[in-house]
Design a protein around this ligand. Sequence first.
Ligand SMILES: NC(=O)c1ccc[n+]([C@@H]2O[C@H](COP(=O)([O-])OP(=O)(O)OC[C@H]3O[C@@H](n4cnc5c(N)ncnc54)[C@H](OP(=O)(O)O)[C@@H]3O)[C@@H](O)[C@H]2O)c1
Length: 282
Amino acid sequence: MKTIWIVGAKGRVGKALMRLLDERQYKLFETDIDDVDITDQESVNSYMRITRPDVVINCAGLTDVKRCEMYPDEAYHVNALGARNLAIEVDAYEAKLIQLSTDDVFGSGLTAVWSEFDHTAPRSVYGKSKYAGEQLVSSLCRKYTIIRSSWVYGIGKDYVSRVLDAAEKGGELRVSASEISSPTSAAELARAIRVFIERDLYGVYHVTGTGRCTRFEFAKTILEYAGKSDRLTLLSREAAEDLRPMYSVLNNMMLRLDHVYEPMHWKEALREYFDELEGAER
Ligand SMILES: NC(=O)c1ccc[n+]([C@@H]2O[C@H](COP(=O)([O-])OP(=O)(O)OC[C@H]3O[C@@H](n4cnc5c(N)ncnc54)[C@H](OP(=O)(O)O)[C@@H]3O)[C@@H](O)[C@H]2O)c1
């Protein structure tokens, strides 16, 4: 039985992993910042020493893009040095590190999809700190898998809940009609991660829902699937590019080449997410 340590288990991806991974198949350890702060090398070291995981999945991060811009030290501390601390310990115990990363490592100006082999050029502190984390992981750990994703939603505070909260209040919501990416369900991401737990696949992989849409279309589909289209008027706004790339679509090339996993179309995954939510409420 493999031992898995899920770091950042209270976040969207961490929760999806906890729901997916079967405790009859894996010995699971889950921690968040109150249990093991990954910026504290000694804490990481002693947790590794006690639990001896085969696989560590780093879902922890400072993911609020605006907060990262305001507090760059904090962003680099968690997203870069936290990843470094895990990489050092994982390597020392000859385990495997699965490091979550983001489409924000890419720059702007292209309307082509980004593959794992494209040049990175992060612009925001969030993107730069996550990229620094990738670099530290790849240089300090022999057995690593870096997984970049985009527009991740799942149980917890996310874009889906923001749109639904706005619908509860009613009125209007202005949403960008120019920002384009691929929404990714945390459950789908977790299913792909499960394959990486089992198979010896190393390097950088993109894992996003297939297809692409604007923020506006995403919000419209969320309201439609939640049966709340009449509760909120969506107004399209032309957003100027600021911290996040306007066009940020990842090509899941490495998933295809290595026959890892075929993510669903983003609409299908969103439908599944609402079906699960409804099932949980019943
Ligand atoms: N959400 C997206 O759209 C998206 C897209 C692409 C990639 N990703 C990446 O995927 C990963 C998981 O994303 P997510 O959406 O699940 O993030 P999330 O919901 O923000 O969860 C991150 C978790 O890490 C915890 N954390 C923060 N600092 C920590 C520290 N020093 N030590 C231990 N835990 C700490 C957070 O605790 P607090 O909440 O208390 O800070 C939170 O529970 C991240 O690496 C993110 O960069 C996310």
